[in-house]
Ligand binder design. Structure first.
Ligand code: PLP
Length: 381
């Protein structure tokens, strides 16, 4: 089996498994500050908070732990919209993850406004003139992701932040796919609200973060305030083992993301060159834009992606985003980039990760080429 779906989820790095398991056994509630076992759990959570904060170059107090990026987006966007008096509108890119699109739409509806959708070009890059036209003093937040989960296309955060801040709007950045694949401090310095997730950076599932300054945190209405954990923004007992793993995964990412990106980028280049040597009519979606080094969204003209995947069960890739895979419709990201339904349904997302090897790349080139050729032949018959 060759796993090439690291944008959907990553395996927990073996080097942090022992600490995660140990903290599974340290069962104290971090909110039980009146005894040693609770205090030990609280210390582990705070150590992890510092590690996650270091990865994005922000103070520890700016990190609010959640269960993942989806929950962080709901807290950040819904919480902002509910609290944003006089600013009922939000601006979003149509290529955002559904976690963000749906939170933005619900937030705007609850605030009595609308979600304004900015135009993107054929590579999925936001049209800055259209953005400037849409952002005014009725807009509470502008949501443009740091890097797209399907195409790997990276946004120009500086210009988007400038347009947002000029109108007094908050800049919301979904950094789930950028984190761990390249430096995120620049985007984190510009963002008023940023979200990401542990299970995309070789940490355990069940932990994520909303990054916001003290000032911005004060403007967020908590969705689940419960027992007042996470500075009153996210009630509920913290998931200590996952948070501990998230912190250690962040520490590893700090040390290794530059060398990982270089090695993984070379492997992705080899994969693309190999496929284009074996097959005619292979195109890179988002190919003209800056992209994450690990992500290839490839269109194989004349080969339906679902049929290709069914024909190579030993290769784990995806068509569109994993979170939408229960719904067999073409990717909303590729459609927003102006592709037709047929073009989008001929596209596969291949994402490489830390454990990917050259041998796996060679196997993938052989299997994908054979599967695409088979499907093309059957389609022509
Ligand atoms: N945002 C992006 C860009 C993603 O890729 C994902 C997961 O696929 C999410 C948000 C949701 O993350 P989580 O699974 O942590 O809720």
């Amino acid at each position: 089996m060759v796993y090439l779906d690291y944008n959907a989820s990553t395996p927990v790095d073996q080097r942090i498994l022992v600490a995660v398991t140990e903290s599974q056994c340290a069962y104290g509630n971090p909110a039980s500050a009146h005894h040693a076992i609770g205090k030990a759990a609280a210390e582990r959570v705070e150590e992890a908070r510092s590690r996650v904060a270091d990865l994005v170059g922000r103070p520890a107090q700016d990190i609010v732990f959640t269960s993942g990026a989806t929950e962080a987006a709901v807290l950040g966007l819904l919480g902002t919209m509910i609290g944003a008096a006089g600013r009922p509108n939000i601006v979003v890119s149509p290529t955002e993850h559904k976690a963000v699109l749906e939170a933005a739409e619900l937030g705007a509806r609850l605030a009595g406004g609308e979600a304004r959708v900015v135009r993107v070009d054929r590579d999925g890059v936001v049209d800055l003139d259209d953005l400037a036209r849409l952002v005014d003093n009725s807009v509470a937040a502008v949501a443009v992701m740091a890097a797209n989960n399907e195409t790997g296309v990276v946004a120009s955060a500086a210009e988007i932040a400038e347009i947002s801040h000029r109108a007094g709007s908050l800049f919301f950045v979904d950094a789930t796919q950028l984190i761990g694949k390249g430096p995120a401090d620049a985007a984190a310095a510009l963002a008023d609200l940023m979200v990401f997730s542990s299970h995309k950076i070789y940490g355990p599932k069940g932990a994520g973060a909303l990054v916001a300054s003290r000032r911005v945190q004060k403007s967020i209405v908590p969705i689940a305030s419960g027992g007042g954990q996470e500075r009153g923004l996210r009630g509920g007992t913290q998931n200590t083992p996952s948070i501990v793993g998230f912190g250690l995964a962040a520490e590893l990412a700090m040390k290794e993301q530059a060398s990982d990106a270089a090695r993984i980028g070379d492997l992705a280049d080899a994969l693309l060159t190999g496929l284009q040597r074996q097959l005619p009519d292979v195109y890179v979606n988002g190919g003209e834009a800056d992209r994450l080094p690990n992500t290839l969204n490839l269109r194989f003209v004349g080969a339906d992606a679902e049929a290709v995947m069914a024909s190579m069960p030993e290769i784990c890739v995806s068509a569109g985003s994993a979170c939408n895979s229960a719904v067999p419709s073409p990717s909303h990201v590729l459609l927003a980039m102006g592709m037709s339904g047929t073009e989008a349904s001929e596209s596969l997302r291949i994402s490489l990760g830390r454990p990917t090897t050259r041998d796996e790349v060679d196997v993938a080139v052989a299997c994908i080429s054979a599967a695409v050729s088979r499907v093309r032949e059957l389609t022509r018959e």
